[in-house]
Design a protein around this ligand. Structure first.
Ligand SMILES: Cc1cc2nc3c(=O)[nH]c(=O)nc-3n(C[C@H](O)[C@H](O)[C@H](O)COP(=O)(O)OP(=O)(O)OC[C@H]3O[C@@H](n4cnc5c(N)ncnc54)[C@H](O)[C@@H]3O)c2cc1C
Length: 416
């Protein structure tokens, strides 16, 4: 038998649950259903922030957001800024904690407490949650839309698509099904690629360095032009490079066909002349050693040996044979240890999807489709993605609240 609701929210993830709670908090008489394809809601949220869920940031600059038109996100981000999100989460029993870099987490430092706060609030407020309920089709009507699901048919005056995209993969419910469905119904789409993800590089050098962690400034160059730079702990892996700065700069790796290079500055605090001075002083002290031991006090030993080889020198040669030109060459490699970026480790390993539904087709204040009245898209499904640091969840929540507010206004004005 068909089920009727004022609002059907497709997807019980970050944005879907937040929209449901927001609507019911403001107007309990509105009937709201959340339709989730997995056996439980919030499965991706539990994995976020290494299990701690970094859900917003005190620095809300729009430069942290990307897409064909990142300014689409500005209204939502600023209207529902981190203080507003803090107020919302406090209202469902979840105080926030900001770390020294401005990243906000639940005070419990447990992502599960965010999921619990949202789902228990849904239950308490009377949201009807249907799990194992994949939405397979939608028929858009004048004032009602019909949804086909694994649990039968639903009809609603307003439909919010909060299904995410591909990041985390199918195990987290994200296979882009709704994205493709909406594309087939005429919504414009921007091509999708993984972002906040590890990078595969030529493997001859990295494989030998597998397991080494090093503090470095990582820069992505596309056709020799600097695109993005981030500093932190880089991890060498058998397939390429990982670690926070690599995830932060990976967005463009699969978006451009041209030659891409990741360059690691292994002494970011020093300029090249300072590195040369350091290396000269090491030569004076370590004159009795072979080159395989030359850098071992300054840099991880295996990495140091790799640098010597990349500088075109032999590990078996003596330190006291080093000419100043050799030392300058070693310093150059230390300042620009370069790897050809081949691809990423894919959507399964990515935290967010770049690309998505073209924001030109949606109103930036309400997230309503310009093509279909009463139909909304929020969160990752839209062509907006953020940097590491809580920006993706911030957009998921703030876009959800914009849609929720618009639905409430529609009901208030008797227009929907
Ligand atoms: C490992 C990992 C760590 C992350 N850490 C952070 C972090 O610390 N901070 C941060 O800001 N961001 C983080 N992110 C990104 C963040 O989780 C996402 O940007 C955010 O969850 C997107 O919210 P959403 O509501 O759009 O989609 P989701 O949270 O992905 O929810 C979508 C829901 O829709 C359901 N669904 C999909 N299709 C259908 C269908 N056809 N019918 C019914 N249901 C459907 C899915 O099962 C899912 O439950 C992380 C992501 C990952 C994978």
């Amino acid at each position: 038998m068909e089920k009727f609701f004022d609002v059907c929210i497709v997807g019980g993830g970050a944005s879907g649950l937040a929209a449901a709670v927001y609507i019911k908090q403001k107007k309990p008489s509105v009937s709201v259903a959340v339709l989730e394809r997995l056996p439980r809601v919030g499965k991706k949220l539990i994995t976020t922030g290494n299990g701690r869920c970094n859900l917003t940031n005190s620095d809300e600059s729009i430069t942290h957001f990307h897409g064909d038109n990142p300014y689409f996100a500005e209204y939502a981000i600023l209207k529902y800024n981190n203080k507003e999100l803090e107020r919302f989460f406090k209202s469902i029993g979840l105080p926030l904690y900001y770390d020294e870099t401005g990243r906000a987490y639940p005070a419990s430092l447990q992502a599960s407490s965010v999921v619990d706060a949202l789902r228990f609030s849904c239950d308490m407020l009377g949201v009807d949650t249907f799990v194992d309920c994949m939405v397979t089709d939608i028929i858009f009507g004048q004032s009602w839309s019909a949804l086909k699901t694994e649990l039968g048919d639903f009809s609603a005056k307003s439909v919010v698509f909060a299904t995410g995209l591909y990041s985390g993969g199918k195990k987290l419910g994200c296979d882009g099904y709704i994205y493709k469905l909406l594309k087939s119904k005429g919504e414009k789409c921007i091509p999708v690629t993984p972002a906040i993800v590890q990078v595969k590089t030529d493997t001859d050098i990295v494989r030998a360095l597998k397991g080494i962690k090093v503090n470095a400034a990582a820069s992505l160059y596309i056709s020799s032009k600097l695109v993005k730079r981030a500093t932190g702990e880089v991890l060498f892996c058998d397939y390429g490079l990982s670690g926070p700065p690599i995830l932060q700069i990976a967005r463009e790796v699969e978006r451009k066909d041209t030659e891409k290079t990741i360059s690691l500055d292994l002494m970011p605090e020093s300029n090249i002349d300072e590195v040369v001075t350091l290396l000269l002083s090491l030569r004076d002290v370590l004159y009795y050693r072979k080159l395989d031991e030359y850098l071992s006090g300054a840099i991880n030993k295996r990495l140091g040996q790799s640098i010597i080889k990349s500088a075109g020198l032999k590990l078996s040669d003596s330190v006291n044979c080093l000419q100043e030109s050799d030392i300058r060459q070693i310093a150059k490699v230390i300042k620009s240890f370069n790897f050809r970026a081949v691809s990423t480790t894919g959507f399964e390993n990515s935290q967010v999807t770049a690309g998505g539904l073209d924001t030109c087709g949606f109103d930036n204040r309400t997230m309503m489709s310009k093509k279909y009245k009463g139909v909304y898209a929020v969160g990752e499904l839209l062509d907006i993605d953020g940097d590491c640091g809580g920006y993706n969840l911030h957009f998921a929540f703030s876009s959800a609240f914009c849609a929720a507010e618009s639905i409430l206004e529609g009901i208030e004005n008797g227009k929907d």
